[in-house]
Each structure stands twice: as C-alpha cells, then as structure tokens.
Write a protein that binds this ligand. Structure first.
Ligand SMILES: [Zn+2]
Ligand SMILES: [Zn+2]
Length: 699
C-alpha cells in the first residue's frame, strides 16, 4: 500500500485509494487488475492525456537486440498516445483506434504478463502487428523506401517540405537552416510573420541556438513535452525566418519514436514542426484530407495507418517568473482534470470566446478542458468545437445543467451555447469576458474575492463597448468594473486592430506633428496619402473606442517602427516586448490616474516626442513599465479602499514577461498578494474555464 503511493510510475496520478482487507488471513494471495467497470469509471472519470516516449522505450528503440528495435510506435504502460486514440471510456484497447491492429502472440504475451512492463499497455504493438509507416509523394503514390522515416529526415535536410502524421494530427516540417523551404511554407500557410515551432534533436542541440534554464529543461523533457518558448542565443544561427523580429523561439523535443528516428541520419539540430492547418481551420488529422489539401504545399507525406480519434495540437508553455505559464493547453495536458472549488453538484459547461477557444466542463469539483480548438470563426472550427465538446461529455458521461458563454451576442460560440442549452433544456449564463478571466484565476487559487487586472486585445464590455484594460473587483456573487484604461478611438473600427498606425492617429489626435509623421509612413497604408487624409478627417468623429491594453501596445510598437501591420494575434505587442529587452525605464513616467481612468494618451505622447532622440529598447521598456505600474497602482488603490489583500493579473497581456514582472513588484511592494495563472492559460484559451466556474456558482 505504501509502495503504491511512493513508488508510482512518473505519469501516475492517484486520485483515490480504496482498500478492503480480508478479515481472515490478512495475507496477499494474488495481484490482479480488474476489468474496468464502465459505470464506475464514468462517474468521476479520469481521461488520460498523451504521454511522450519514455526513456526505457527510447533505449529499446535503438537496441539492435530488442524486438522493437527501430519500431517507430514503440510504447509501454508509461508512455504513448492516450486521449488522441480514445474513442470511448474506460480506456481499454477495444475502445481505442488501436483496435484495428490485432496483437501478435508475443505482444499479447507481454500484455497479459503482470511482471512485464507492458502489462495492460493498451497501445502495445510491434513491427509485426502494429501500425506501419510509408512515404508518399505529392501525387499520392508511395515512394519506394525500406526506411521511410530516415528517408524523410534526409529529404527535410535537403530542403523539402514534408507533411508528417503524428499522434494528434499532421505537422508541416522543413529544415531550420535553409530559408527557402520556410519561405515556401509560409506562403502556402498564409503565415507571413507568425513564429513557427521547431522540434530539436535533443537538449544539447537546443542549447546551440537557444538559452535553456534548468526549469525550462525540466519542462522540455517532461512527459508532456510541450513547445517551450525559449530565448534565442546571441548569434542565433538558424534561419531568421522561423521567428522573425522576436527574441524567443518555440522549441519541443521529439515525443514519439518516429520523431526520434527522423534525426538519425541527418546532421540537423532541429526541424520546423508546425501544425498543418489551413487558415482558421483545425489541425488536419485524416489522411484523405491531408492529401487533398496539402499536396500543393508539401513535397512528401510521411504517413502511418493508425486513425486519429481526437486531433490535438502541441501545447505551448513559457517559463515566467518561477512558474510555467500555459500559452496553449493541449497535447499532454488535455483533458486531465483540474481540481476546482465549486459546488459539488454543479455540472456546467463553458464554451470560450472567439479566439484560441477551448471548452470546459466542470463536474464533481473538477474542470475538464478540451484540447485547443482554435479561432472559432469558420464552420470547420465550430464543427470541431461541437465534436470535441460532445466527446468530452460522452467520456465523462455527464449532462450539464447550465452553460456559460461570452457576453458577445454574435460570437459563433454564443450561438453554439444557445443551441446547446435549448436542446438540453438548460440555462445559459452570459459571462463578461474579463470577469470570466478573473473568475478563472480566483477559482484556480481558491480565492473568494479579489481585485483582478485583466489586460488583452478585445472583450465585449458590460456596456457593449470594446474593453481590454480592466480593473475588476470580483467575489462569489459577481463583479464590478472598478477601473480601466482611457478609452481611445479606433479609426475604422476593426481596421485599427490590424493597422496600428490608425491607433497612433487616434491616440495622438491633438498632436500637430502627427499628420506629417504619418505621411512619412504612407507606404504602410494600403491607399497611401488618400487613406491618411481620410483617417485624419475621421479622428474627431470616431464612434468606436476601446480601453484595450493591446491596442496601446500596438500603437507604441508602430511609433517605434517595430510593427505597422498585425499579421497574427499579438504580433505588435510581442515585437515590442522583444525590442524592450535590455532596455531601461528612461522616461520614468508617473502613473496618471484620473478616478477610474488610467490615462494612456500622455504616455504615448511622451514616447512619440522622444522617438528620434532616445534608444528604441529604452522607449519600449519605458512604455511597458508605465502600463504595468499604472495598472498596478490603480488596482492597489481599489484594493486599499475595499480592504482586500489579493490582486491578480490575467488576460493575454499576462504572458508579457516585462509587464508581468513590473506589475508583480509594484503590487508586492505594497504588501499585497499577487496571483497569476498556473493551471490554465491567461489568454482566451482559459476563458471557458472561468465561464464554467461562474455558471457553476450561479446554477
Ligand atoms: Zn515507454
Ligand atoms: Zn506485436
């Protein structure tokens, strides 16, 4: 019994131990694993996430004497895919996509032997009985190769683009040294600037181009094996096209035998390894679809014949100030439950917002979050959301009694929630965007009341206007907006989100020099001078305003010449953060608080006035510092007034290292407890969690 709890395998989580002792002898007679009881598993079920290849399997993979030498899908009880192959619970082979492969005698022998390390390993397989892999040309015809995986590695090294089928979907892969294939890949993926993740051979190879701290190394080698955002090394010598204009790069280590074998016969330190998804669509998981949609993108396909039950993107993590911050919670995490303090009888669903959507089910004091679904702007992602949610409900066997959704009336997720509620005849709970973030943070830390600072790009406000730099007081009964950034005009509405110079024109509407400054940048306007004149005319009459923190950071980024057009979410602010590295707070601006309003115009004006004379890193840092300190001071003032001891920081901007650090110091120096997310993403990937929690309290 003690051993059960102290000598468990690395991936083991014991949720509960029920022991019954025989009154007669008190001796053990035999050890058996009982057949999973369907009814029992359903109540409080634990759905295992995928687990990266373990060291023992890796050793066998390269051991010529082992019978699984060179078998690309080698796994054991400690490792291998789980969630991505599970069609239904309890987790036994006949309910996974491994049921298509009948175990050979040797595999079956291991599966049945309690002393074998593959005893009851549902994914057990070998070259004789398990999935196989082939190399296919873009015409769909097989390429003759006795060693398709290593051949694929060689093809990558020579500059070809490959689609590689993994456990949870297809990756697009290319060399990391050659710029040509990356440029080609970007064109076809409609990703002009968005950073691409890479898969490195091992830690040592990673260290040749990125800095890896001990906790980052631990994250990278953990059984989750996420993409970890690492700082590029000085003299970074991979292609600049991988993460243009950024100081960091997303790196993961191989997590299947196949990935490891790719590197065997190449001298490459890393390959680009990015999710194969058409713009605004989910990652491709089916072979016919891959062939149909990727054949004009890639030169070859490396395909295995195991079906993917649930598609699942790689997770993305950033080590921030002593904790792992989840940028995307997916493979390796989802859908492992998170304990949460809500009424035990509550069973609620949260459906997320519009970007980086996940779904979350709160049930019996646990929150089950789906894998990353994506931006639910198209029918395809909406369909994926419905499937993933349905799958989660089926696996847990529960029926929600309320569903939390965003306040935005027109989001696809809003319609999904309304339809779902109508079909199930349950209540819909609309939850304001930033309150959902704050409520999630409170639930994660089991805190009853808090002043929350929530900063991101956009959220539908209680008054219907665009919010995104909010100070929210929340307790068990609800929330109140107690502070916010100064509302700034968005000239041309959504166009101002894409073209940051429009934000500059709006914020600096009273600066006479701004017209000439914009004209000097006419090449960044699609219609040049004509468009600038129109923007300047609209400055006074702009109807749409926003309190978004993201839009202010965008404006600074444009003023400093770092980014004029946003080609992916968060781009200008991320480039600003990179540029601020090594900078100092040279402006040392005093927070300008005006009642509930945190002024931003004065700060932007100061930066604009000094852009010719001061260094970009210093100005970038000064702007971030002002935002952090003024948000912090505003929250502190409210907390003091309300007699609260806790201040939290959430929203996408909470992934910005400099802003988070300065805010933390500001808040802690005044004697307050400072909270950030550790279990769910601070960005919109964590929104569904907060919505489900709020719905649970109100149900
Ligand atoms: Zn293993
Ligand atoms: Zn076998």
């Amino acid at each position: 019994m003690t051993q059960l709890q102290t000598e468990q395998p690395p991936t083991c989580r014991i949720h509960q131990v029920d022991a019954t002792h025989s009154p007669e002898t008190g001796e053990f007679i035999e050890f058996r694993i009982l057949k999973s009881d369907e009814a029992r598993v359903h109540a409080g079920s634990v759905i295992p996430p995928d687990i990266a290849i373990c060291d023992r399997c890796l050793k066998e993979l390269s051991d010529k004497r082992d019978r699984r030498y060179d078998y690309f899908f080698i796994t054991c009880t400690d490792c291998g895919p789980r969630y991505t192959i599970i069609d239904a619970l309890p987790y036994d082979r006949p309910r996974t996509t491994m049921r298509d492969f009948e175990m050979c005698e040797k595999c079956l022998g291991e599966y049945k032997d309690p002393r074998n390390r593959r005893f009851h390993a549902q994914t057990v397989a070998c070259a004789d009985c398990g999935p196989s892999v082939v190399l296919v040309g873009r015409d769909g015809k097989g390429v003759d190769s006795t060693d398709p995986i290593r051949e694929a590695g060689r093809l990558l090294e020579r500059g070809h683009i490959l689609a590689i089928k993994g456990n949870g979907g297809y990756h697009l892969a290319s060399s990391t040294r050659l710029t040509d294939p990356i440029v080609r890949l970007r064109k076809t993926k409609f990703r002009v600037q968005k950073p691409l993740a890479v898969m490195a051979r091992d830690l040592e190879a990673t260290r040749s181009f990125a800095e890896v701290t001990p906790p980052e190394a631990e994250l990278m080698t953990s059984f989750v094996r996420p993409i970890v955002l690492l700082r590029k090394r000085p003299g970074f010598d991979l292609s600049e096209q991988i993460a243009p204009g950024l100081h960091n790069i997303g790196v993961m280590l191989p997590y299947t035998g196949l990935h490891n074998m790719l590197f065997d016969e190449t001298s490459e330190r890393a390959f680009v390894m990015t999710s194969a998804n058409p713009p605004n669509e989910p990652i491709i998981k089916d072979d016919e679809e891959a062939l149909a949609r990727l054949s004009d993108v890639v030169d070859y396909f490396l395909v295995h014949n195991r079906r993917i039950s649930q598609r699942c993107d790689d997770s993305v993590v950033r080590w921030l100030d002593g904790a792992a911050t989840l940028l995307r919670r997916s493979r390796g995490y989802a859908p492992a439950p998170i304990s949460v303090a809500v009424p035990k009888d509550a069973c609620t669903l949260g459906v997320g917002g519009e970007l980086n959507v996940t779904c979350c089910l709160v049930y019996q004091g646990r929150a089950y979050m789906t894998q990353h679904i994506g931006d639910v702007e198209t029918l395809q992602t909406l369909q994926f959301q419905k499937e993933a949610t349905g799958h989660l409900l089926m696996l847990t066997g529960c029926r929600p009694n309320a569903v939390g959704r965003d306040l935005h009336p027109l989001f696809n997720t809003t319609k999904f929630a309304e339809e779902f509620a109508q079909e199930s005849n349950i209540r819909v709970v609309p939850v304001q965007h930033h309150y959902a973030h704050v409520a999630g943070l409170m639930a994660e830390h089991n805190v009853d009341e808090m002043v929350g600072i929530c900063c991101d790009g956009y959220g539908y406000g209680d008054d219907g206007s665009a919010w995104g730099g909010e100070i929210i007081f929340a307790d068990q009964n609800g929330h109140k907006r107690v502070g916010h950034l100064e509302p700034q005009p968005m000239i041309g509405g959504d166009l101002a989100t894409k073209y940051a110079l429009r934000m500059v024109a709006g914020i600096l509407r009273d600066e006479p020099e701004v017209a000439d400054w914009l004209l000097a940048r006419r090449q960044y306007f699609r219609h040049g001078e004509e468009e600038i004149n129109m923007v300047l005319r609209q400055v006074r009459s702009a109807q749409v305003t926003t309190t978004s923190c993201g839009r202010v950071l965008d404006a600074i980024s444009a003023i400093l010449g770092l980014c004029y057009e946003r080609t992916y979410e968060g781009e200008p602010a991320m480039k600003l953060e990179s540029a601020a590295l090594g900078g100092k707070d040279v402006l040392k601006l005093e927070p300008a608080l005006n009642g509930e309003v945190i002024e931003t115009t004065s700060m932007v004006r100061e930066v604009f006035a000094r852009v010719e004379r001061l260094r970009v890193p210093d100005l970038a840092y000064s702007a971030q510092s002002y935002m952090a300190r003024s948000l912090g001071m505003s929250a502190i003032a409210v907390a003091e007034e309300l007699g609260l001891k806790t201040i939290g920081f959430t929203g996408g901007v909470a992934c910005n290292e400099a802003i988070m650090r300065i805010l933390k110091v500001t808040v802690e120096n005044e004697g307050f407890r400072f909270l950030v997310h550790k279990l769910v993403p601070p960005g919109d990937g964590g929104l569904s969690f907060g919505q489900a929690v709020v719905a649970a309290r109100m149900a």
